[in-house]
Design a protein around this ligand. Structure first.
Ligand SMILES: [Zn+2]
Length: 267
């Protein structure tokens, strides 16, 4: 067992790159101290797979539609998410939000289905697992509009600046940090922003199989051209945050787990 007891709040465990060795991936995570997974759902059918996987592996999952898939939403989507969210191991609505970086769905379509999911989270009193890229102004405006009726939300895979993180924190939202923080060049503004996040608002995630940390890793990354990220690499994120904030790794580990358990209501 690792020395840590970590919660990976964002792992895309339904991804096909895990099809061949999902059980081994989970076991390697546990051996590295990653004892709890929150499996990300990115569309109605994917959220159903995530919920099934969470049930089988005694993990947790989210139910939502990623902005990339907003074009695929229809009048049945919210009802399907509502049914999934009734399962006890489905602990958040998301991932949902706005992505004006890739614009895979039209912006007004993204906004419409994001607001529908904000309303669902309010109705069910569930926290939100939020995705935002190059869309912070609109995201903040929509969150501010609905904030009074929402129980909470985590802006996952935050990669922005200190000024933006302060605006999310002012709405009493949580922030999720990935291995992006280990990249000294791309992560420079994030290193600065991380210092502004109180430990009771900070959670950690791999976002695997994506975002392999640029760090020394305990085992060789395997598929996805040798770049697949997995829960066992989450301690690299702890180390990156500790370096960025000049705090102790154990403190980051203990506090991020405490924050995640409280946020998702998982004991
Ligand atoms: Zn995302």
């Amino acid at each position: 067992m690792g020395v840590f007891d970590l919660v990976d709040i964002g792992i895309n465990l339904t991804h096909r790159s895990f099809d061949r060795d999902r059980d081994a991936v989970i076991a390697r995570g546990v051996a590295a101290g990653v004892t709890t997974l929150v499996i990300t759902g990115t569309s109605a059918p994917d959220s159903q797979r995530a919920a099934g996987l969470a049930r089988e592996t005694r993990s947790f999952s989210t139910a939502g539609v990623h902005p990339h898939h907003a074009n695929d939403c229809d009048e049945h989507t919210i009802a399907a998410l509502r049914i999934l969210a009734a399962e006890p191991h489905v602990v958040a609505i998301g991932e949902c939000g706005l992505d004006f970086n890739r614009d895979f769905s039209l912006r007004d379509v993204q906004e419409r289905w994001f607001e529908a999911q904000l309303e669902l989270a309010a109705e069910l009193a569930l926290p939100l697992f939020l995705h935002e890229r190059d869309a912070s102004d609109r995201m903040l405006a929509l969150l501010a509009k609905h904030r009074a009726s929402l129980v909470g939300g985590v802006v996952h895979c935050f990669t922005g600046t200190r000024a933006i993180v302060e605006r999310y924190l002012a709405l009493d939202l949580h922030i999720g940090i990935t291995g992006w923080i280990c990249d000294e060049r791309r992560g420079a503004s994030l290193v600065d922003a991380a210092g502004a996040i109180p430990l009771d608002r900070l959670m950690i995630e791999t976002d695997g199989p994506f975002l392999l940390p640029r760090a020394h890793l305990p085992v060789d990354p395997k598929p996805l051209d040798g770049r697949r990220n997995e829960p066992a690499f989450l301690p690299a994120v702890v180390a990156g945050i500790a370096r960025a904030t000049r705090r102790d790794e154990l403190e980051i580990a203990v506090e991020s787990t405490r924050t995640a358990r409280r946020f998702f209501g998982i004991g």
